[in-house]
Ligand binder design. Structure first.
Ligand code: DAH
Length: 370
């Protein structure tokens, strides 16, 4: 006769000691599986005499129930432990700082352009824009470049192929054609004011934009940026131009002490014309603005030529104005010490990381510029 008590003790001990679900399942099969030891005992009931069965039946069934209950209990324990282990292993630590991400930077030219726009906006200038692809009339003829004049060649123009009308468009060589567009559209009273880029005098606009010339060295790139200014009103004279540019330079370079100098020059679209130089020091191998005794040319300007006013439908006896044009990238190089203009447009992110500006800079309390 099998010792049921010893068997239960032995199986219960092994069930409790089962280290994992696989070991537990092996014990369950060994005892309660089809050919398991307890299953065999249950089968043996059929061969017993009625008296024997009455005595053994409850004991064997009790053994089966006890072992089955022990297996179920141990199984629940092992499953809970397994879940705990997984939860611990897969836990996401929300307190960990995220891996650092590369930040975008504001290109120096765009930074400088924003600074310039902020200064001129404070003086009451509005913004105007024009197309990069221009025609000969706006880029040259209306600006008083005589036909076949060498000045047209001096601009190293990128010409586009002839179009269906036999006309050759060009990439604008300067932002000055937008002067013409603003003045012309100001005369076009059929356009609603909110559509017209132009305006009737008085006009006070700045025109930032890309310009193109077939030229490339350390201080020239085939594409660069200019900022044009145009003021048209009654009784405007050179003094207004000088004051405006002087005030701009001091604000832009954030110094009251930058000396400036105006030299006579020639542009077809202004009379008189001048170039403006800023005081600088070249002695240390780099250029320092506002120090020393040298001067550096930074922009052109003058009184708008009467022919240009006439070409745009304005009467020069009633209206006068001044205009100027400056190189944005050049002034940015000077302000921030960028050494080579070609790198500026090489689209190298390492360069941009070094020379670029944070997009979230607080405004400078002294100047209000960011
Ligand atoms: N358009 C000239 C250039 O690209 C710059 C310039 C000179 C603009 C005199 C002006 C001006 O408006 O009056 O070299």
């Amino acid at each position: 006769m099998t010792d049921l008590t010893a068997m239960q003790a032995d199986l219960s001990a092994r069930v409790t000691a089962a280290a994992d679900l696989a070991a537990l399942e092996a014990i369950r099969v060994e005892a309660l599986g089809k050919q398991g030891s307890i299953s065999e005992l249950l089968k043996s009931l059929g061969k017993m005499s009625p008296d024997e069965r009455r005595e053994q039946g409850p004991k064997i069934n009790g053994l089966r129930d006890a072992v089955a209950a022990a297996v179920a209990a141990r199984k629940a324990e092992l499953e809970a432990a397994e879940l705990d282990a997984r939860l611990a292993a897969e836990r996401v630590d929300l307190t960990l700082p995220p891996p650092p991400e590369r930040k975008g930077r504001v290109h120096p030219t765009m930074q400088v352009l924003d600074e310039m726009i902020a200064v001129f906006a404070e003086m009451g200038f509005a913004l105007a824009e024009g197309p990069d692809i221009e025609d000969d009339f706006h880029n040259f003829t209306a600006l008083n470049f005589p036909p076949k004049h060498p000045a047209r060649e001096m601009h190293d123009t990128f010409w586009l192929p002839e179009d269906a009308n036999g006309e050759r468009k060009l990439l604008r060589t300067h932002t000055s054609p937008v002067q013409v567009r603003v003045m012309q559209q100001g005369q076009n009273r059929s356009l609603p004011a909110w559509i017209a880029q132009g305006q009737a005098p008085p006009i006070r606009v700045i025109v930032p934009g890309r310009v193109y010339r077939s030229d490339s060295d350390a201080t020239h790139t085939p594409m660069f940026h200019q900022l044009e200014g145009l003021v048209i009103d009654r009784n405007i004279h050179m003094g207004h131009l000088k004051w405006t540019l002087d005030a701009f330079i001091r604000r832009f370079f954030e110094s009251e002490n930058v000396g400036t100098r105006f030299r006579p020059h020639h542009f077809p679209f202004t009379e008189p014309s001048a170039e403006m130089d800023v005081q600088c020091d070249r002695s240390g191998g780099s250029i320092k603005i506002g120090e020393g005794t040298d001067f550096l040319e930074i922009l052109g300007g003058g009184m708008v030529h009467p022919n240009v006013l006439r070409n745009c439908g304005l009467d020069p006896d009633e209206w006068q104005g001044f205009a100027f044009g400056l190189g944005v990238d050049r002034l940015g190089m000077l302000k921030y010490g960028v050494p080579d203009l070609r790198d500026t447009f090489a689209a190298d992110t390492r360069w941009l990381e070094h020379w670029g500006f944070s997009a979230f800079q607080a405004p400078n309390p002294a100047t209000g510029l960011s």
